[in-house]
Design a binder for this molecule. Structure first.
Ligand SMILES: NC(=O)c1ccc[n+]([C@@H]2O[C@H](COP(=O)([O-])OP(=O)(O)OC[C@H]3O[C@@H](n4cnc5c(N)ncnc54)[C@H](O)[C@@H]3O)[C@@H](O)[C@H]2O)c1
Length: 271
């Protein structure tokens, strides 16, 4: 169902790799709600993914940008404003990557070059995106910036590895930059803390199936899907949530406030 919530709004969507990506679903929903956007991803992802199909389907242009490169981001922001014909109303940061996770390197045995690269891609890139937007004065008043995160920023999920630290950093950047964006430009900045979701990044985490099922059985509503995450993001881009900022918003079927559920208890009851 669509409500025309984003009619006349323009933005940039980072991170659509394939149709499982949260950013992909969000792009489709933004399009259905009347929003226009530029799609972007790392140059290497262009070769691996199928972003062209999404661009065609949503009538969008693609501008490649490595989110760790300020030069690429400056080019992206400038060109996006040209293409869309003005300042932006929304930006989605849906980017994450850890080489330690990918290569199965244990948290207690990190290769720090990889750790640094993962931090740059997964967290500092959010600062770089916002600093570029801020300096170019690229956001309209009452615009909305959203990044995706995971609850391992607050609680221990051992196999989430160094991504847990990256997400804690990302969430802190949302608050710190969100202050300046709010005060100086009336732009809001939030993170959405999403349930485990079977995407390329998600299923790359060791034991993903285990903590997907665990969260699903623990949460009163079950896990939130990528499409449901897209729906939630739409509300944050819309004018219905103008006063929500500096928040880390759990979108997880209630998981974050659970202690134990009957289903989980069952597995441990002796008779
Ligand atoms: N899947 C989950 O279980 C889950 C749960 C909570 C939060 N998240 C977060 O959601 C976001 C999106 O991930 P997803 O699950 O849709 O997986 P995904 O693999 O589809 O998306 C990750 C994206 O990051 C992009 N990326 C990597 N390096 C980049 C770079 N240098 N520059 C620009 N883009 C780069 C990839 O190309 C890819 O499009 C991530 O921040 C992820 O941590 C995912």
């Amino acid at each position: 169902m669509s409500y025309n919530l984003l009619k006349g709004k323009k933005g940039i969507i980072f991170g659509a790799l394939d149709e499982r990506s949260i950013a992909w679903k969000t792009a489709e929903r933004v399009h259905e709600e009347g929003g226009e956007f530029v799609l972007t991803n790392a140059p290497i992802a262009m070769r691996m993914g199928t972003i062209n199909q999404l661009a065609e389907k949503t009538g969008s242009q693609i501008i490649p940008a490595d989110a760790t490169s300020v030069e690429d981001l400056e080019n992206l922001v400038e060109k996006s404003m040209e293409i869309l014909g003005g300042k932006l109303d929304f930006v989605l940061h849906s980017i994450g990557m850890s080489i330690n996770v990918r290569k199965g390197r244990h948290y207690t045995d990190q290769k720090y070059d990889w750790t640094q690269k993962g931090t740059d891609v997964s967290a500092m890139s959010f600062h770089k995106v916002m600093q570029t937007l801020y300096k170019a004065d690229a956001m309209n008043e009452w615009g909305s910036i959203v990044a995706l995160t995971y609850m391992a920023a607050q609680r221990v999920f051992p196999d989430y590895n160094d991504m847990a630290d990256n997400k804690a950093y990302l969430e802190s950047i949302a608050r710190s930059f969100g202050y300046f964006f709010g005060k100086d430009k009336k732009v809001r900045v939030n993170t959405i803390s999403q349930s485990p979701t079977p995407t390329t990044a998600g299923s790359g985490v060791k034991g993903f199936d285990g903590f997907f099922s665990y969260a699903d059985e623990m949460s009163p509503l079950g896990n939130a899907t990528a499409l449901e995450c897209a729906d939630y993001t739409i509300t944050l881009f819309s004018d219905l949530t103008k006063m929500v900022t500096l928040q880390n918003l759990f979108h997880d079927g209630g998981f974050s406030n659970m202690g134990v559920s009957a289903k989980i208890m069952e597995a441990f009851m002796k008779e």
